[in-house]
Write a protein that binds this ligand. Sequence first.
Ligand SMILES: NC(=O)c1ccc[n+]([C@@H]2O[C@H](COP(=O)([O-])OP(=O)(O)OC[C@H]3O[C@@H](n4cnc5c(N)ncnc54)[C@H](O)[C@@H]3O)[C@@H](O)[C@H]2O)c1
Length: 335
Amino acid sequence: MALPSILVTGGAGYIGSAVCHALQQRGYVPVTLDDLRHGHPSAVKFGPLIEGDVGDTALVQKICAEHKPVAALHFAALIEVAESVREPARYIDNNVHKAQRLFQALQSSGVTKVVFSSTAAVYGMPGRAGAIAEDWPLQPINPYGQTKLDAENFLRGLLGVTSVALRYFNAAGALPEVGLGEAHRPETHLVPNALLSLLNLKAEPLTVFGTDYPTPDGTAVRDYIHIADLAEAHLRALGYLLQGGKTEAVNLGTGTGASIKTVLDSIQNITGKAVPFVYGPRRLGDPPFLVADNKRALSILGWQPRLGLTDIVTSAYEWHSSAIYRALMDGEAAG
Ligand SMILES: NC(=O)c1ccc[n+]([C@@H]2O[C@H](COP(=O)([O-])OP(=O)(O)OC[C@H]3O[C@@H](n4cnc5c(N)ncnc54)[C@H](O)[C@@H]3O)[C@@H](O)[C@H]2O)c1
């Protein structure tokens, strides 16, 4: 009997490729649809890669007819907050309009179970302290967060389609044992940027934005979640939908925050080397504290994170030190 396929948009990207690994381990065939604007073909290791745009209705219908996926996981998106502020129309087009076309093409092809990559950015700047639950106000403060919320809302309203919107907090870490990890250009995330400075793979030192936040050490606190834990949550969400679960939005975080200084200390403890950094002013729209209340993920999906900051830093350090990572980035620079 043929193994069930899952359509994975953005499967050549950082998180999508890690989830493809988990799908293959669990007996699914991940069918990646990615236009490779930011993805890497070499990250697609566990199933076919179809190069194309998620907004191409005819292509999505053709893939559904050929591969008969039992569900879709939609990762493909533009992901940079600052870029979304500079170019909102591009974000609305890619993250909302193309997502809408994808969801409708899936619906018309009979693919009625969808897991959607959403984000903590849908909560914006929380007006109260504490871990953020799914019923907190949804008030994005940048176009990126707004596009993800708009796509969530559209998907929720689609007749006959059930979905889980997974609102990730800060995805981090790598799977060096299978040659996968973060390789964004430009890189905007803390852990890889700190490691690239430490490994002399970028010229300038890391900037720590803001030292006067109302947090224990003055730097911003975030909830860093390992991509292996994120991948497991996708498998749980998929199983939940395939067993008839209803549409939900679920936070994915550890429930424990780490300040920027804590992350830098952890890197120093693990690698024995200090990250070169400079202090800068706060960035507009950066909340002091973003940590997930992850109780719903446990109650609905039976999911809880297993890995912590040490696993994140150790795996990311191994990944960014690897020949595969360097070849990937050198190859791109050359090409
Ligand atoms: N990285 C994080 O910390 C984080 C946090 C919260 C949410 N998310 C969400 O997770 C998802 C994946 O993030 P990532 O870090 O893996 O990003 P990524 O850039 O590594 O991967 C996204 C992939 O989508 C592809 N893509 C983009 N637009 C496309 C289109 N129109 N058609 C086909 N392919 C397209 C890109 O080529 C890329 O391979 C995104 O939806 C993002 O909003 C990420």
